[in-house]
Write a protein that binds this ligand. Structure first.
Ligand code: AQP
Length: 328
């Protein structure tokens, strides 16, 4: 089976619909067909200022959400990144493979650092994509299921893996981004030209917020001029985004939704989609609560995942260390 690795940051109280439709839905589905490794990337979470107690809580809430969404810890290796020290060890090696200019071209760093004064931006935020390179290469992953915003980081991973292999001998598998086109980018409900992102909370639907609040956000989503419910990303980005979400959550095709809503108004679409979202999140919230009610058991599941992850990661690291000339 081809191998898959992906990670998600524990940097918010809840995952949002963009995370779910862009990435996590694929994580769940790929368990059927791939050898899957999934991690909560807490090392990435400290690249911005954080509160330790909150990080601990959010790491558990993140793991609980993954389990509730259908990640099965028997079929997937589910773990917390900081519990596998090989990630930081390989990261240093890969930092030494990367050019400064190359790292400076990462658009996510440019976007995120532009929001703050340079003296407040951590070096960790700058080197973050290289830690991500290590995350992927340690498991010899063939595919990385992510949203469109992460494509450039997977490309960097390929480049650095190729460079290492050329200089020191075949060591790493070259991974490919696995991006589902239809849901590669879910847009903000209040600004349907920007991606839904936890940094701009206005138009974000969180999986763990009060479902009534989600339905309200959808009812007040920005829609477009005109009245027709048709998928047209250029002229109707708001309506198109709602149709994408509707289609992904129900499995109904966009053309069949267009046909059903012919002659109806934006209000009808938004009201119905609100109900679809409430139905989707309600059982997930109950399941998350179930996992959080027994944190000792949750920690045990994660410890077992870390142990399984380490057995693969340490083998890759040992080989990489040997190739670059470190003593055994
Ligand atoms: N709007 C989105 N549409 C599709 N996919 C998305 N992802 C994030 N936003 C969207 C995908 O979710 C996965 C987890 O991403 P992360 O842990 O890196 O979270 P993030 O990118 O920090 O989440 P945000 O909300 O996008 O944060 P900020 O505001 O910090 O940029 C990834 O696979 C990502 O592609």
């Amino acid at each position: 089976r081809p191998r898959v690795l992906s990670g998600i940051q524990p940097t918010a109280d809840s995952f949002h619909l963009g995370n779910y439709l862009g990435a996590l839905r694929q994580w769940v589905a790929m368990q059927e067909t791939h050898d899957t490794y999934y991690c909560v990337v807490d090392l990435h979470a400290i690249t911005v200022e954080h509160d330790p107690a909150l990080l601990r809580q959010r790491t558990r809430v993140s793991a609980a959400q993954l389990l509730a969404l259908g990640i099965d810890p028997d079929r997937s290796v589910l773990f917390v990144q900081s519990q596998v020290p090989e990630h930081t060890q390989l990261s240093w090696v890969m930092e030494c493979m990367a050019g400064f200019g190359e790292a400076s071209r990462m658009t996510q760093f440019k976007d995120k650092s532009a929001r703050q004064a340079m003296d407040r931006v951590s070096v960790g935020l700058f080197t973050y994509p290289i830690l991500q390179v290590a995350d992927i290469l340690l498991y010899q992953a063939n595919y990385v299921p992510v949203g469109e915003d992460q494509r450039q980081h997977v490309e960097l991973t390929r480049d650095l893996a190729q460079r290492f292999n050329t200089r020191f001998g075949q060591t790493f598998t070259l991974p490919e981004a696995f991006i589902v086109k239809d849901t590669a980018k879910i847009y903000d409900l209040q600004d349907p030209t920007s991606k839904m992102s936890k940094s701009v909370p206005a138009g974000v639907v969180e999986l763990l917020e009060d479902p009534k609040k989600s339905a309200k956000k959808i009812r007040s989503a920005v829609t477009d001029t005109g009245r027709e419910i048709v998928y047209d990303t250029e002229n109707k980005p708001g309506v198109s985004n709602l149709l994408t979400i509707y289609s992904a959550l129900t499995g109904r095709s966009v053309p069949s939704l267009e046909a059903d809503y012919a002659g109806k108004g934006y209000g009808d679409l938004k009201k119905d989609l609100g109900e679809v979202v409430v139905e989707f999140v309600t059982p997930i919230q109950a399941a998350v609560q179930g996992y959080l009610d027994d944190p000792a058991e949750l920690d045990k599941v994660l410890a077992r995942g870390a142990e399984r992850a380490r057995s693969v990661a340490s083998e890759t690291l040992t080989r990489a260390y040997d190739r670059i000339g470190f003593l055994a």
